[in-house]
Design a binder for this molecule. Sequence first.
Ligand SMILES: Nc1ncnc2c1ncn2[C@@H]1O[C@H](COP(=O)(O)OP(=O)(O)OP(=O)(O)O)[C@@H](O)[C@H]1O
Ligand SMILES: [Mg+2]
Length: 239
Amino acid sequence: MILSIEDLHAGYGAVTVLKGISLEIKAGEIVAIIGANGAGKTTTLMAISAVVAKQSGRVHFCGEDITALLSHEVVEKGISHVPEGRRIFSRLSVAENLDMGAYLQTDVKKKAQDLETIFRLFPVLKKRAKQGGGTLSGGEQQMLAIGRALMARPKLLLLDEPSLGLAPLMVDKIFEMIREISRQGTTILLVEQNAHAALKLADRAYVMATGEIVLSDRADVLLRHKEVQQIYLGGRISV
Ligand SMILES: Nc1ncnc2c1ncn2[C@@H]1O[C@H](COP(=O)(O)OP(=O)(O)OP(=O)(O)O)[C@@H](O)[C@H]1O
Ligand SMILES: [Mg+2]
């Protein structure tokens, strides 16, 4: 297991949002968390990243207990988080945004190599390297946010709603890139309201409702699951 979460409770101040969630991710997997608005998907990623306080439970990463680590220490262990809404620096250039993701990298040569790898994955970012981040389209900003996270050379990439607000063609493109990042050896935990796209991409998935995991299975099994289809796939019969 690269990541294992046991009975995690977390929330905001005195409010408990996550009411004892447990999940496991094997190295190399693409795992999705789906669920309705307010289910606690974002809170789960933020608790892993130590942006939201854990109230109880345990988180292990690569066999090490990371429950009590601070957010920058979690990044140093090899977990990068692409937050909901992307949060790129709109006044900085594309190149400067990518550089922000490489703050742990002191080896200039390796940094240049990583930048080339990201430009190969997202050629449009190379083309727009000197442009302000805020001038990019929504899809390009999502690529920049993912590229910035990859500059930290993560073992595990946390993606919060990468398809949000994007046109269907761009969603396909971003998901194809996530598959490519996975092929290159990064484990992926993906949170999505676009359950259909997420289940098509993922190996396994967890379904969350009101701060709990209510179902988990192989993604292809969940795509055919009656209730999942009715509640999360808009009644669509998938093939
Ligand atoms: N900063 C906050 N302070 C207090 N409560 C919060 C805060 N952020 C989120 N919550 C609450 O936590 C619950 C879970 O929110 P969360 O953002 O994790 O859901 P989500 O599954 O990511 O939803 P969405 O699909 O809309 O992004 C919601 O009830 C929400 O109101
Ligand atoms: Mg969310």
